[in-house]
Structures are given as C-alpha cells and as structure tokens.
Write a protein that binds this ligand. Sequence first.
Ligand code: ZN
Ligand code: ZN
Length: 448
Amino acid sequence: MKSGFVADVVVGTALVDMYASCGELPAAKQIFGEMHHKDLVAWNCLINWWAEKGPPLEAFQLFVEMQRSRRLKPNGSSLAGLLPAVARCGSLQLGKSCHGFMLRRNLDSDEFVVTALMDAYAKSGDLAVARKLFDGMSNRNVISWSAMIAGYGAHGRLGEALSLFDEMLRSGIQPNHITYIGVLSACVHGGFVEEGRRYFLQMVEDHGITPSLQHYTCMVDLLGRAGLFEEAMELIRGMPSEPPPEIWGALMGACRIHGNVKLGKHAAEKLFELKPADPGFYVLLSNIYAAAHMWSEVRRVRGLMRKLGLRKPVGWSSVEIGCRVHSFVSGDKSHPDSDEVYERLAELIYKAKAIGYALRKEVVLHDVEDDVKESVLSSHSEKLAMAYGWSRLMSGKPIRIMKNLRTCEDCHSFAKFVSRVTRREIILRDAVRFHHIKDGTCSCSDFW
Ligand code: ZN
Ligand code: ZN
C-alpha cells in the first residue's frame, strides 16, 4: 500500500489470494473492490475462494457479476473454480446449469472442468451422470479417478469404489494421498476393517505416502466404529505428533455408538483442552452420557456449555423443488407454505405409524416428558423437508434432501417408512454421507 502497488492487478490478485487462503474473506473482497482493473485471473481467484470457503450462492452471484460488469468471458478455470460451490450446496439444478454452460462454451474437453462437474454431480446425489462424465473423459488424471472413487464411497457403493481403485492401479495411474482418503473413507462407510488396514499399509509401503491427519482420522474412525478401541488407541499413540482435535472427535463418535463412556470422557477432556470453544464436542459428550442414561452428567455438560456461552449448532435441511431450494430448521414455521408442510407431515406420520413406525424417543437427549419428545422429534428439519418434497414433487420423482449435520436415528427410520408409503426414493445427504432410501431400506445399512 505504501509503495502504491495495490492498483497493480497482479499484486492485487496475489493479495486477494493470500487473504482468502488465510480465511479472511472480507479482507480479500475489500482488496478486490479497491482494484481498478480486474482481469479474468483476478475474478477467477475470487470466485474460486468463494466457491471453496464462502457462502456458495454468493460464488454464483460473483460469476454472473463478472460477466456483466466487464463483459469478461469465463474460461475453463472460471467454471472449474465455481463448481465446488455446487458440490457444497448439493444443488442438482445448479449443477445442470453449469453442465449446460460447459457444453455451450465447448469446455467439455477440459479435464479439470469435467472432473469438477463430475464431483459436483456425485455430491449432489446423481452418481449415474457423474459416471457417464467419467467414462466419456479421454484424459483421466489422478484427480478424476480420486473424485469418482470418493463419489462411490460417499454413496455407499463400496464394492464399486474399491474395484475402481484397483482398475486405476492397473491402468498405471499412481494414487496420491487424496485417492487414499477416498479409499479409506469407503472402508469406514462399509465397516471394512480388514481392507482398511491393508490399504493403509499399502499406501505407506507400496506408494511411499506419509499418512496425513485425514488418513489417521479415517483409521481411528474405522477401528472405533468396529469397537476396536485398543487398536485405535495404539494407532493414536503411534502418531508422529500430538493428535489434533479431529482424531479425538472421531474416537468420541465411536464411543457414542458403543456406549464407551470412559474413553469418551478421556477423548472429551483432550478436546476441551485443544478446542475449548467448539460446541459440537460438548454436544457429543452429552449424547454419550444420555445414551448411558447418566442424566446428571448430561445436565452438568449442558450447564458448562451455557456457562461458556456455547450454543448447539443449528441444524437445517433443504429440498429442491423446480429451480428453488427450500430450507427448514427444526420446528420451522417461517415457510410461506408452512401449513401445508405440517398437514402433509401429519399425514405421512399417520401412514408410517400404520405400517409400524414408532418414534425413537431415546434420540431426544433430554430427560423431558414423552409428549414433549414427540413434538420435538416430529418437527425435525429433515421431516419438514421430506413432507414438502412429497407434497410438491411429481409422483415417482425422488425426494432429495440436504442436511448440514448428521441425521438422527429417528429421522433415518422415518425416511425408510416414508419410502414405503410414498413409493419414492429418498436421497438424503447428511454431514457424514449419502443415504439412498428405497422400499424401506437404506444404502448405508444403518451404519453411519
Ligand atoms: Zn431427526
Ligand atoms: Zn442411511
């Protein structure tokens, strides 16, 4: 600034990139606003950071703004940079419009664009189109292979994920650490302990990749979910540096599944030291206590959260109808068609109960009265989204729901009944994975 270089487009772009990479998006945008001349590289840089870290819909606004303000023509990098925004918000409609854009601008031979589009389709729930794009690529690089493998893994198509990985090795492409994250997470989703161990070793010994935090997290998750706490702890103790929060978080999740209160508490203590202000871990610990019916401990943890001013993260679910995305929070009454949503939900609950659905009240983790639990549970955001989708989408169309947190056991079970009474497929993407729910069963086999 002192030397007057901010006006220079190259320096300005580098500054935007620097601030954004440090997570300082407002500062990045301010610098961008102060640049007199903004070329395509500068715009692409900003759009890509917004697509990766900012509010995803704002990335689209920037993309439109770029074309309007300086009549710049987006290139392959612009589109490849924008597509992670689609992957993050999981909007199939937006994915399709990017796909159209790619074809109109003849960008379909750009392997980076096609890979990003493939990833966006996989993360928006349409694996078939993703695979079609993958098969049509003449030049597949390690990123395209890795994205397709991770796509299969997240959708619970584990056999396909692992056989694609073998095919990749056979075709002579060297896997990198990202490929192995996809492979190991596929093992986690499938509970494939044996395979997980084998791939972890193979990664180190055959491919010379030093395990990163994500690989360790996958392994701790895999072993913990299988109840192999000794082995998980051994792995943690063998880590080259002090285990970061992610590791303890994965271990705690496993403790919740297996009701391991002692180890859960140990992991929580580590976490409270490392990340004292993260409400998620307090919630997890209180869930572990609640599952063990240790209500006084639940109250103690909740009290601690209040004292520290921490609040449970707000869960929301969205459903796409036509070109619009409708979002709901738990107990939401703000939607203009709110009456319709609750009427249709009551109808669904009635129909589901008639074929055996019972509210899983143990999921509500307070020691409150049963009727309160019932009303809390029956207005969870994913149920509202499901009801609205059922009401508004053409019959036979799948209901696609996106949820920002892990979906609860009750909503998961409800969705299975809904898939039977409505004869529709429900595709639910939560913070952990995809659930393809059809004819009363889910692709995750109740393991998530
Ligand atoms: Zn729920
Ligand atoms: Zn499921």
